[in-house]
Design a protein around this ligand. Structure first.
Ligand SMILES: Nc1ncnc2c1ncn2[C@@H]1O[C@H](COP(=O)(O)OP(=O)(O)OP(=O)(O)O)[C@@H](O)[C@H]1O
Ligand SMILES: [Mg+2]
Length: 217
């Protein structure tokens, strides 16, 4: 499903160049649950952003279902991302003045389809949030916030979920809950890539890779 070829990212800063990712080649099949491990600064977020069609590589290719993502025009790439990729962040990134249901329906702005409200309610029920639909993020626990973010990532039936440290702000029990929901998506045929420092995701992963200084080791 995904082929990464010689993926390299060099950031230019006032202090000089930083090579965040250095020649990563990798094949990821549909149905995998891939854990990307490695210490802080090893390039995990950079890798996820490039797979998410949000960060152009300095060198190399990202092929998603035979498409060279960075050969697409900007609007085509944005549409491709909205239709195929869900993103879950460590910091949740929920809109504070919208309630749980409205936060999930934000993703409906990117892909217009009928029945999105029914789908959002159904997802929130499956994630155990049916009693929190009208609550604002400030009234939720961290685990509930992250499950709301997962519902938002799932709304448009993505093929791929990218999660960057999705359990970094959760206790062990809530972390397991979040990983179990991601695993549920994978077991239904979805593909999951999780960047993580911690060991928890390894238990759910079908494969683990490790980055160090931007290289696959
Ligand atoms: N926008 C940027 N400009 C310059 N350098 C950057 C930028 N983003 C990341 N870097 C550098 O690239 C390297 C890889 O960063 P990245 O965020 O991908 O690491 P990470 O593995 O996700 O780390 P963490 O576990 O702390 O989230 C780091 O050395 C970082 O300082
Ligand atoms: Mg990171």
């Amino acid at each position: 499903m995904l082929i990464l070829e010689d993926l390299t990212k060099t950031y230019r800063t006032w202090a000089g160049e930083v090579t965040a990712l250095d020649g990563v080649s990798l094949r990821i099949d549909q149905g995998e649950f891939l854990a990307v491990c490695g210490p802080s600064g090893s390039g995990k977020t950079t890798l996820l952003m490039m797979i998410a069609a949000m960060l152009r590589p300095s060198r190399g290719l990202v092929r998603f279902d035979e498409r060279d993502l960075y050969a697409l025009s900007v609007p085509d790439r944005a549409r491709f991302r909205a239709e195929n990729i869900g993103f879950v962040f460590q910091m949740f990134h929920l809109v504070p003045y919208l309630n749980v249901l409205e936060n999930v329906l934000i993703a409906a702005g990117a892909v217009k389809k009928n029945g999105q409200k029914i789908r959002a309610r159904d997802l929130l029920q499956r994630l155990g949030l049916q009693h929190r639909l009208g609550h604002r993020p400030s009234e939720l626990s961290a685990g509930e916030k992250q499950r709301t973010a997962i519902a938002r990532a799932l709304l448009n039936h993505p093929k791929l979920i990218l999660a960057d440290e999705p359990t970094g702000n959760l206790d062990a029990e809530n972390a397991r809950g979040v990983l179990q929901h991601l695993q549920g998506f994978q077991r239904e045929g979805g593909t999951v890539i999780v960047a993580t420092h911690g060991p928890a995701a390894r238990e759910f992963a079908t494969r683990t890779i490790t980055l160090r200084d931007g290289r696959l080791i």
